[in-house]
Write a protein that binds this ligand. Sequence first.
Ligand code: ATP
Ligand code: MG
Length: 554
Amino acid sequence: MTDTETRPSNFIRQIIDKDLDSGKHQSVQTRFPPEPNGYLHIGHAKAICLNFGIAKDYKGACNLRFDDTNPAKEDIDFVHSIQQDVNWLGFNWDGEVRYSSNYFDQLHQYAVELITKGKAFVCFLNAEQMREYRGTLTEPGKASPSRDTTPEENLALFEKMRNGEFKEGECSLRAKIDMSSSFMCMRDPILYRIRFIHHHQTGDKWCIYPMYDFTHCISDAIEGITHSLCTLEFQDNRRLYDWVLDNITIEKSRPEQTEFSRLNLEYTLMSKRKLALLVETNVVSGWNDPRMPTLAGMRRRGFTPGAIVEFISRVGVTKQENMIEIGMLEVCVRDELNEKAPRAMAVLDPIKLVIENYPEGESEIVTAPNHPNIEEMGKRELPFGRELYIEAEDFKESANKKFKRLVIDKEVRLRNAYVIKAERCDKDADGNVTTVYCTYDPETLGKSPADGRKVKGVIHWVSSTDNVEAEVRLYDRLFNVPNPAAEEDFNTVINPESLVVIKTAYLEKNLADAKEEQVYQFERIGYFCKDSVDSTPEQLVFNRTIGLRDTWDK
Ligand code: ATP
Ligand code: MG
């Protein structure tokens, strides 16, 4: 029985329902098969939520399997980061982590089986010749000169390949299928190639490595995968997936591949190859730069797993290729943080506020709720005194009624504290206000003025003597066009303001103890979290997760 009734269905769930109803399968086994050649990005989150989500809802299991057949581009660091990211999203894989390389011995045996049956051969065409012989979409290909070598000869040649007796690129093992197939992937595809490369799991045991199309279907079958879910670019390859399984002797139940559309998100690149370029050319500080669409970058920026999972659920699963608005992700992040983030006060662009009628040398503690609507989140204490910082933009010498902030001769409330009235200000040589002098009404702590004066505006503040300083990094979209992947050179569309650093901001003292991954709402400014990489007790660093509202087009 499933508990899918409460979840939006999709065409994949309908296939699974049918397979369970018909008795084709008794339970559901899925897998998430990342290649460890980069960090996971938000696109992978779609595949993760789908595979692990289905396993969870149908009380089945989902394997984590590293598709590690291309050691040249792979790295053990990626193996670790991927596991961390899957867990962070809230999912657990069934049993041990698996690797396609676990099956290299079996894969080799199946290759031998295909050779023995006359369904695979060792080919000596080089890469360029191979391209030539393959033909085009409108023209059939030509048979390799080695296509009709006998199985005995091929077995001997394949053995030599395995023993390192040929050079890289000198030959390869190819399936013998159909050089005139309308599916290019069926024109005698390569199954094994020679690579003299150390492998992060198998060391130097192998110098021949199986190709993805040969490896993936067999790994699925070995693991008893029932539903092999992948993205649309593998649609044609499904023929090859099935051909391999049809032509080898394998006991386990037969997996079935179903394709869905990739997640594409505005203002982001989603290919690991391109993301790797951003890292290598130092456009960003690393895979976990908070502007990267990687799960590690989003985590560091303060995005929550809950918001990402909710976003993926809203996107849904279809076969339709489309581009999702970035605003859809941002709404999910804001919705979750508005509910969960404790409030705090911070001044990013400070001017001084002096309360002239506040007793000199004195101070007091005011209390503030951690959340305006959720009492259980408790209260915190804030030091208040004669000298404070306020935001420069919250004061004007004169302004019309629309400006609900501090103006000379007008009143405003200091959030969580008193009503004040501005009297006059000091300016520097350039005419910028440096200090505002005001008076406060001591009767207005936590209550309205007694004589019924209406004070509409509220501004935030931080004690100028009792605070913590921090560097604050304001992050924005990395690209200034919605589809950077469509540009010839994405370097030309990088948003020059994707990172603005404020060297010294003043935060309320409580934030000195901010926990990692805890996002705060800096009241009236946005959501921020302590940077997990660069922040130290001596030099706090905070990242802006996201502003309070979308201001991109304004
Ligand atoms: P990239 O092109 O970014 O390198 P990939 O497909 O090569 O991605 P893999 O590590 O092979 O990356 O992907 C693991 C799984 O995640 C695959 O099943 C793949 O289909 C899926 N996946 C990758 N990118 C997306 C995406 N943008 N949307 C949905 N699923 C994705
Ligand atoms: Mg890939």
